[in-house]
Design a protein around this ligand. Sequence first.
Ligand code: MLT
Ligand code: ZN
Length: 452
Amino acid sequence: MTSLEDALRPAVGAAHVLVDDDLRAPYETDWTRRFTGAARCVVRPASTAEVVAVVRACAAAGAPVVVQGGNTGLVGAGVPAGGEVLVSLARLAEVEPVDAVEAQVTVGAGVTLEKLQTHARAAGLDFGVDLAARSSATVGGMIATNAGGIRVLRHGSMRAQVVGLEAVLADGSVLTRLGGLAKDNTGYDLTQLVAGSEGTLAIVTRARLRLVPLLPARAVALVAVAGTDAALDLLAAARAELATLSAAEIFYPEGLDLVRSHARLPAPFDGPAGAYVVLECAARTDPTDHILELLSSCKAVEDATVASDRAGLERLWAYREAHTEAISAAGVPTKLDVCVPLGELTALVAELPATVARVTPTARVIPFGHLNEGNLHLNVLDAGDRSEEVTDAVLRLVAAHRGTISSEHGVGRAKAPWLSLSRTPEEIGAMRRIKAALDPQGMLNPGVLLPG
Ligand code: MLT
Ligand code: ZN
């Protein structure tokens, strides 16, 4: 009898079917070290046709698959629960020439965000999504999770950049919509259905992406404010007065301390502050004056430092962007990515420490995130064996403040049990029917997104 592995080898080449423990290992644990599971084998197709062959072989063998991009996901959706065939899309790394007239480009799912940005910039354009994991995060994974990042304020999240895609369904049929038409009103928007479906409906193999103008002149301000309320006052002023605003981020003293000791950064200000806001403006000509004008007129500003040269921008962004790495170096965090209406943000931040302390007094909450969207990354360290109880308490608090349990990281395996805090039974029922129609065998990313 032929084994599944024997059927996969001719499909992708024997060197790209990894069965040995040490070869599989790098794919089996997520970046945060919170999720790990043994794969039956790791398969690395290099084209849509090879993905089709892999999916057909797995379907014939009744073997479920889990799909992985750059393995930078934060909700355990890209690593096996145990026994699945892991399909790595890293080799789908083809980049087509930029279409400057349409301001679009078609790329493979395994292309990293950094490679896409470099490619777009070489053509005088840019890509609208940016995030700290740019060197590893891949286009396919970013589409599957509808990734957000630091420029959602200006260009929207990943979904808004996706004009069309190519994707392999669970039966091996291929949806191809890469024509790039700006307007196309011909029925169900399958591209947008697949985007954000976390690999549960189809495997994205290529994408047609919208590009945005390249804005080479940037100015960043790191601003000390009294707390969340003052940060929101600053945000309101920035939104009203800065037409070139491209990012508005927040972090707190707990995060700053971790980042400073991890990245060996100096204190940004002489004294402490209740919260820190990063504002960035981007334009064709230097926007520094606009940002300085805002800082001098806004009463919420306690102290500020501004940069517009490359080294200065990197230096100021490091205080915000090094959070994930600094937290991870301090331990294995419980990571909760939530979003509340801006009017609820102050109360949420104020209630968090007591909510977590009721579960376990040893835990520390480090909030930071995308102020403009009310999107906080609540990273909890030292929760010990109470991680699940902390998750439950925090997500219920967020729901009580009319928020969502996942703002930009997705639901994955990590939050599937809490989906009903953000979606009605009718919505979950409709999602299940869509899943059953497109993947009746439950082959693609089982256990991800929809509770078991
Ligand atoms: C970020 O915005 O830096 C990441 O999405 C957050 C995280 O690591 O929790
Ligand atoms: Zn984020």
